[in-house]
Design a protein around this ligand. Structure first.
Ligand code: NAD
Length: 314
C-alpha cells in the first residue's frame, strides 16, 4: 500500500513559493516542518499547521540537530539568497548561503536517510542567453552570475549524491515565477515590483528598451510541479518548469497596466549592465515524464496576482 502522509521538510517555507508549497502539502495531509531564517520570507506566510524552526541554513551544526530530531523522509529545498545582483556584488556571501549550506543539507540528507530531495533550481540563470528557445535540459550550461553558478553546482552535487551514494533527487529549473505573496522589496520579481509600485500610484520604470524576454510561470503551477516530483517518487533528474512562452517586459507592463485602466505610461530607464536578454524554457520533458503542464495562462495569472496585491497592499 502506498503511504499517504510523509514527514517533509520545506526549507524556505516562509517565502513566496515555499509557503504555497507548504499549504499544498498540508492539504494533502503531509506532516510538514519549515526551516527559514526569515531574511526575505515572513512568519505570517507559514501555515499554522507546519512546525517552524527559525534557523539559518549556514548554521550547519543546528541544521544537523534538527534533521537528527525531526527525521524527514523528503526535503523540498527552496531556501536561497535569490537576488542575482546581490550574488554579483557579494559572490562569497552567495556561495556560503547557496552552495555550502546546500551541500551540507544534501550531505545530512544522505547521512539521515532522507529518501528524496526536490530542489528549486533555475532555468534562465543556468542556460543564460541561448539561441535554442524554448530551451531544453540538454542545452549547455554557462551561467553568467554567481547565483546561476550556485544553482548549477547544486544540481551537479545532487547528481553526484545520487550516482555515488544512491540519494534520489529531482531538480526543478524554474522560469520567472510570479503570483500572490511574491516579495516586491528586492531586485527580483518584476511582476511584484510593478504591482507594488502601481498600487501606490507610482510610475514603474522599465530597464532599457524592455525587449528582454522571460518565461513567466505561475506560482500555483510551480507548486504543482513540486507535488508531481513527490508523487512520481522513483523519478529522478533535472526538469525545466516554464510556460514555454517568451514575454518581454513591455508586454508584461501593458498586461499589468490594463488592471489600472491603462493609466500609467510606458517609461524606460537605463539598461542594467549584464542583464540577460532572453529566456524561454521547454517543458516537454516534465510533461512527458511527470505529466505536468502550465495550467494558468499569463492573463489569468496576472489577474489573480493583481487581486492578491490589491487586497494585501492596503
Ligand atoms: N521566484 C522565481 O522567479 C524563482 C526562479 C527560479 C528559482 N527560484 C528559486 O525558488 C526558491 C524560492 O524562491 P522564492 O521566489 O520563493 O524566494 P523567497 O525569497 O520568497 O524565498 C526564499 C526563502 O528562503 C529563506 N532563506 C534565504 N536564505 C536562507 C538561509 N540562509 N537560511 C534559511 N532560510 C533562508 C528566505 O527567508 C525566504 O523565506 C529559491 O531557491 C529560488 O532561487 C525562484
Amino acid at each position: 500500500m502506498k503511504k499517504i502522509s510523509q514527514k517533509i521538510l520545506v526549507t524556505g517555507g516562509a517565502g513566496f513559493i515555499g509557503s504555497h508549497l507548504v499549504d499544498a502539502l498540508i492539504k494533502k495531509n503531509h506532516k510538514v516542518f519549515v526551516i527559514d531564517n526569515l531574511s526575505t520570507g515572513f512568519r505570517k506566510n507559514i501555515n499554522p499547521k507546519a512546525k517552524f524552526h527559525k534557523i539559518d541554513l549556514t548554521n550547519h551544526k543546528k541544521i544537523e540537530n534538527i534533521l537528527k530530531i525531526e527525521k524527514p523522509e523528503v526535503i523540498f529545498h527552496l531556501a536561497a539568497q535569490i537576488d542575482v545582483r546581490k550574488s554579483v556584488a557579494d559572490p562569497v556571501f552567495d556561495a556560503n548561503s547557496n552552495i555550502l549550506a546546500s551541500i551540507n543539507l544534501i550531505k545530512l540528507a544522505h547521512q539521515y536517510k532522507v529518501k528524496k530531495i526536490i530542489f528549486s533550481s533555475t532555468g534562465g540563470a543556468i542556460y543564460g542567453d541561448t539561441k535554442n528557445r524554448p530551451t531544453g535540459e540538454k542545452e549547455s550550461e554557462w551561467p553568467l552570475s554567481p547565483y546561476g553558478i550556485a544553482k548549477l553546482t547544486i544540481d551537479k552535487f545532487l547528481n553526484y549524491y545520487r550516482e555515488v551514494h544512491g540519494l534520489n533527487f529531482i531538480s526543478l529549473r524554474y522560469g520567472n515565477v510570479y503570483g500572490p505573496r511574491q516579495n516586491p522589496h528586492g531586485e527580483a520579481g518584476v511582476v511584484a515590483i510593478f504591482f507594488n509600485k502601481m498600487l501606490k500610484g507610482a510610475q514603474p520604470v522599465i530597464n532599457g528598451n524592455g525587449k528582454q524576454t522571460r518565461d513567466y510561470v505561475y506560482a500555483g503551477d510551480v507548486v504543482n510541479a513540486n507535488l508531481l516530483a513527490l508523487k512520481h517518487f522513483k523519478k529522478t533528474g533535472i526538469y525545466n518548469v516554464g510556460a514555454g512562452k517568451e514575454t518581454d517586459v513591455n508586454q508584461l507592463f501593458r498586461e499589468i497596466n490594463r488592471h489600472f485602466g491603462d493609466k500609467f505610461k510606458e517609461a524606460h530607464g537605463p539598461a542594467k549592465i549584464g542583464e540577460q536578454k532572453t529566456s524561454c524554457l521547454s517543458f516537454a520533458k516534465i510533461k512527458r515524464e511527470l505529466d505536468w503542464t502550465p495550467e494558468t495562462n499569463f492573463q489569468d495569472g496576472i489577474k489573480q496576482t493583481f487581486e492578491w496585491f490589491r487586497e494585501n497592499s492596503k
